[in-house]
Design a protein around this ligand. Sequence first.
Ligand code: NDP
Length: 247
Amino acid sequence: MFDLKGKTALITGASRGIGRAISEAYCEIGIHVAGIARDITPIKDMENSQSYSGNFKGYTCDISVGKNVKETISEVLKDFGQIDILINNAGITRDTLLVRMSEKQWDEVLAINLKGAFNCTRNIVRPMLKNKFGRIINIGSVVGIMGNTGQANYVASKAGLIGLTKSTAQELAKRNITVNCIAPGFINTDMTEKLSEDIKDQMKKSIPMNRFGSPQDVASLALFLASDEAGYITGQTITVDGGMIMN
Ligand code: NDP
């Protein structure tokens, strides 16, 4: 297994689904995890749960607000001394056809999914530069590559994350900081639970493996990308999708 014991990771959207699975996988191998969500209850429960081996600490923060992110990251640095790994995972959907999409629905999704990642990355880069080490992992989506009906706001935010990944990777490559994007396909979480059975059946037909993924499938790649073994991989978008997209 990868030797990441004693490193510190900041994970946004740590309280549910993919962020929670990454938190668990990281804590299990001795990474200290600072987990962000807006709702305090689940992250406080995680602090006390044995599944996180005493390595999890929760912080409430709305990542779409730059000032809040700055304060939270200062607090995390005070508590842990360093942040080695950043997982920009928090995300939301506000799905509807473009003709019906309100400015509010557009703004909310872009503010959390894309600006939230920018807010976190910007505030974490200086300490990573000082430490001459960093791993930044953005959680995108296959729809950011291929587009999707009814998700213009979400798709634009995820395509934006791919661009953010490449530019940040280029800026930081010489400083031993890698930046990559994981693009999951259909993963069983609260986000996808709300879709109708019809849509789920349709989606399954488009997946060569004929099944949805689990949050742990995504966590496995997040573990590898954080490791020394992945040190020569940067600027990439890697899909975890049961073969939905084959380039
Ligand atoms: P969930 O809806 O299960 O969890 C979302 C997490 O983000 C929660 O912890 C939520 O906590 C947090 N969050 C939402 N808004 C904010 C905010 N403004 N500030 C801080 N935290 C916030 O999502 P998933 O686990 O399914 O998805 C995780 C990521 O993976 C997302 O970026 C999503 O787009 C992406 N993805 C998911 C796929 C899937 O099939 N599930 C497929 C492809 C990509 P709280 O509400 O308390 O803030």
